[in-house]
Write a protein that binds this ligand. Structure first.
Ligand code: PLP
Length: 372
C-alpha cells in the first residue's frame, strides 16, 4: 500500500536543500535580517512577475488583508462582501478592522458568484473581496460589473492565487489591492509565515510600507499609527529563489489537474472543478477541490488505501460557525455553498506527487464508485 500525504512538508525543503542552505548561510553571515536588500529584491521580482506596480512584503496573508483594508479606509460600520467558502482569515481581517463581513454564494465554478453578490449589496457596502481560491481566479468581468454599478472597491484575497490569471491578468492585480500568503503549504511557501500586498497606487504603496513598520517613513519619522508586520529578509531570500523556478510549479500543478480532470469529467457522482485548459482562466491549482456524492464514504475508502484527502476549512464555510454567531441553517441560506460543503473534498496536489501517485489516487476514487 502507498502512503500519499495530502501535503508533503519536508519535501519543500528537500527539493532544493543545497540552494536553501547556501541562501541561509549567505543571508545570516551578512547579518541581513529585517528590511534588507533581499526583501527589496524579492518585492521587485514579485511585482514584475505579477505585472503590478508595487508588491510589499508583510508578516502573513491575514495581515496583508488587514493592512490593505486599513489603507483603503475601510473600518467601523462598513460592509465587505465575500464568499462564505473562504478561509476564516478573510472574514476575520474584515472584522478586526471594525468592518462587517457579508457573505454571498458560490456559482457553478465553486467561486464567488457575482449574481449572488449583487443581492447582498446595501448602502453600507464598501468593497467586494473575492477569494481567488484553490489557485483559481473568479470571473472578474462579472464582479467588476457589479462593483462599478454600485461604486464599490474590488479588493482581493489572493492568498492562494499566485500566478493564476483571468483573461491574461494575474490574481491580486484587479482591484485596489491584492494579497498573498507564503504559508509553507501555499503554492509559493516559505519556512514559516509570510505574506505580501500588491497595489498599483503609489500613494497607497507608501502608506502600506509605513503601516507595516510602526507607521514610520524611510527616515524613521512616525507618520501614522502602524504595526510590526514585516516579511523577514531571510524568508524573502528563500522566496526570491523559489519564484525563479515557479513556472515549473505552475506547469506541474496544471498537469496533475489535467490528469484528475480527464479521469473525473463526466462521472455521474463527481463534480470536478473547471479543467486547466478551460476558457478564460489560467488556474494554478493550489488545491484540487471537487464535489463528490457520498463524500465521507469516498474519503474513508481513500484513507484505507493510504491516500490522505482533506475537507477544506475542517468542513465548515464561514456562515456555519456557531461560535461566531452564525450557524448552519440558522444564519443565512447560501444554497450552492451549503450543497457544496456536504460534498466537497480536496485530493493530494503538491510538487512531490509522482505520476504514479496521481494514477493511484485516480484509481482509488473511481474504484470506490465502481464497487459501491
Ligand atoms: C492562507 C490563507 C489566508 C491567510 O494567510 P496566512 O499567511 O496564513 O495569514 C487568507 N486567505 C486564504 C484564502 C488563505 O488560503
Amino acid at each position: 500500500m502507498k502512503d500519499i500525504p495530502f501535503f508533503n512538508y519536508p519535501a519543500v525543503y528537500k527539493r532544493f536543500e543545497a540552494e536553501f542552505d547556501a541562501i541561509f548561510k549567505d543571508v545570516c553571515s551578512r547579518g541581513a535580517y529585517i528590511l534588507q536588500k533581499d526583501l527589496e529584491d524579492f518585492e521587485q521580482e514579485l511585482a514584475k512577475f505579477l505585472g503590478v506596480k508595487h508588491a510589499i512584503g508583510v508578516a502573513d496573508g491575514t495581515n496583508a488583508i488587514m493592512l490593505g483594508l486599513q489603507a483603503c479606509g475601510i473600518g467601523a460600520g462598513d460592509e465587505v462582501i465575500m464568499a462564505s467558502h473562504t478561509y476564516i482569515a478573510t472574514a476575520a481581517a474584515v472584522k478586526l478592522v471594525g468592518a462587517i463581513p457579508v457573505f454571498a454564494d458560490i456559482g457553478e465554478d465553486f467561486m464567488l458568484s457575482a449574481a449572488s453578490v449583487s443581492t447582498v449589496v446595501t448602502g453600507k457596502t464598501k468593497a467586494i473581496m473575492p477569494t481567488q481560491l484553490n489557485g483559481r481566479c473568479c470571473n472578474m468581468d462579472e464582479l467588476r460589473a457589479v462593483a462599478d454599478k454600485h461604486n464599490l472597491l474590488i479588493v482581493e484575497d489572493s492568498a492562494q492565487g499566485l500566478g493564476a490569471r483571468y483573461k491574461g491578468d494575474c490574481a491580486g492585480t484587479f482591484g485596489a489591492f491584492g494579497t498573498l500568503s507564503f504559508y509553507p503549504a501555499k503554492v509559493l511557501g516559505c519556512f514559516g509565515d509570510g505574506g505580501a500586498i500588491m497595489t498599483n497606487d503609489d500613494k497607497m504603496a507608501t502608506q502600506l510600507r509605513q503601516l507595516r513598520d510602526h507607521g514610520r517613513d524611510e527616515n524613521g519619522d512616525v507618520q501614522s499609527w502602524g504595526t510590526n508586520s514585516r516579511l523577514d529578509n531571510l524568508q524573502a531570500a528563500f522566496l526570491k529563489f523559489r519564484l525563479g523556478t515557479y513556472q515549473e510549479d505552475m506547469d506541474r500543478r496544471r498537469e496533475i489537474a489535467a490528469k484528475y480532470d480527464t479521469a473525473f469529467s463526466g462521472h455521474s457522482k463527481l463534480y470536478p472543478p473547471k479543467g486547466p485548459s478551460d476558457g478564460e482562466n489560467y488556474d494554478v491549482f493550489q488545491n484540487y477541490e471537487m464535489a463528490a456524492e457520498d463524500r465521507d464514504g469516498l474519503r474513508e475508502h481513500l484513507l484505507s488505501m493510504g491516500i490522505r484527502s482533506i475537507i477544506q476549512w475542517a468542513g465548515s464555510p464561514v456562515h456555519w460557525f456557531e461560535s461566531l454567531g452564525y450557524g448552519q441553517g440558522k444564519f443565512q441560506h447560501l444554497p450552492k455553498t451549503d450543497w457544496f460543503f456536504h460534498r466537497c473534498l480536496m485530493l493530494p496536489m503538491h510538487m512531490a506527487l509522482t505520476d504514479e501517485d496521481v494514477d493511484y489516487v485516480i484509481a482509488g476514487v473511481l474504484g470506490y464508485y465502481k464497487n459501491a
